[in-house]
Ligand binder design. Sequence first.
Ligand code: DAH
Length: 334
Amino acid sequence: MSLLDEIEPLKQAALADLSAAADVPALEQAKGKWIGPHGQFTGLMKQLGNLSKEERPAAGKAINAAKVELEAVLTRAREELELKASIPKHPTDFTLPGRRRSVGRLHPLTQTTEDIVRSFRKIGFAVADGPEIEDDYHCFDALNTPADHPARDMQDTFHLATEEKLILRTHTSSVQIRVMKQQPPPVRIIVPGRVYRRDTADATHNPTFQQVEGLYVDKNVTVADLKGTVEFVFRELMGKDTKIRFRPHYFSYTEPSFEIDFSSPLVKKMGKEWLEIAGCGMVHPQVFENVGYDPEEWTGWAFGFGIERIAMIRYGITDIRLFYENDVRFLQQF
Ligand code: DAH
């Protein structure tokens, strides 16, 4: 048999061998046998020297063509076997439990906010939102806070260096105005959100902190509704033994206005009988006028309190700055 006639049967045998390989090592072995340095096709090449000058080019070309074809088959077979090897041997069981839940958790302030929101939702309050970058109108004017009010002092408010005289909101009360301007009464909303004040940070102050604002507008709303609502929510948050009391106070956007104190075993633990926790009152008729509600027809109450304060009492934290330091030793405890 001439050399040229040997090529095709050898190629067929090599192809069968390569496609029979069950994994990558078997494939590499087959490769060695056929097209490696000591393989059969290399052997054929070596025999070219025995051929006549006339026969040699055609035989050399045919051997090379066969090798190229085998290389291509080899590459494809290797890719397929590697892919097969990367697929898990056993099917995934999606009913198995997940990894341990130590990958992360919610920040204590987020947990507290969610609890507050959950309590208010139970009694029909919706969550509203507003911008942290505000203007004087929504933060002060519309809330009946005159231009010479101490709350507007440069000491307290961050002013942005913009033409429009924008500020960072000092309280979430600004959202009362935005919501009432946007919808007709009745209104029943809470507004959790970040506020900013020009304070230096110490154990109980931080230039940015979070508040929850509440607003309820309907017909014949009374201070009793306000007190009942606040009592319900604080008992949910701080335990059944929680008591609250109202003290007269002044806010420009409510009349009458009160400060809310509360007492609970948690407060006693801090060595106190009562702790001041929130401001509130009946919505001032002027505020209703400012948003286009008829004060003869509608009545309402509003309140605002700090979320950090609540979280500190709940968890017995004595330094507000711990909330913002992101120290995992602190955060892991919640
Ligand atoms: N905005 C007040 C503050 O930041 C809290 C407050 C007091 C909100 C009385 C109210 C309210 O809605 O009626 O201290």
